[in-house]
Design a protein around this ligand. Sequence first.
Ligand code: NI
Length: 191
Amino acid sequence: MTIRKIAHVGHPVLRQRAREVTPEALATPELQRLVDDLVETMRDANGAGLAAIQIYEPVRIVAIEVGENPRYPYKPKIPLTVVVNPVLEPLSDETFSNYEGCLSVPNLRGRVRRFARVRVTGLDRHGAAFDRTVLGVSAGTFQHECDHLDGKLFLDRVEDTTTLTTWENFERHHQARFIDEVREIVAMYGS
Ligand code: NI
């Protein structure tokens, strides 16, 4: 496994639409190695998720994992999940305001509106069908990662730019309030 370089905002690779992965391609050692590298790079950077396009591989693969995470100490846990060709479908009109950051947007966070209930379908890393309903803050994480596959960054979805903040100022001025909001979201949706 190799820890890969992460592309930062402004690099054109982040703005393209990643291409679908065929089950045949997914089964190759090259693609399986890419999945391993994606997970390793996400963990090394303390990310809650990482899309292959962020490590300069424009294919539709995302990895998501939230354990004890110093970047997001308040996030509900998500076991390691790899989704290939993910398709998101909102299950209701309910939304919530999520304070997001991104490994491709160093030292910036901002508020983004996300659906609170989504269904995610696709393939797992072995090519088996993946079908999961994701709720609350965790649903926000899946939406963030899937946006990457369409060349979108959370910055594009920030409606109120006055919510943009460095990580230091997030911790100093915004985190306490957001943690209260996360508690309410978790109470409502279970994650
Ligand atoms: Ni991101």
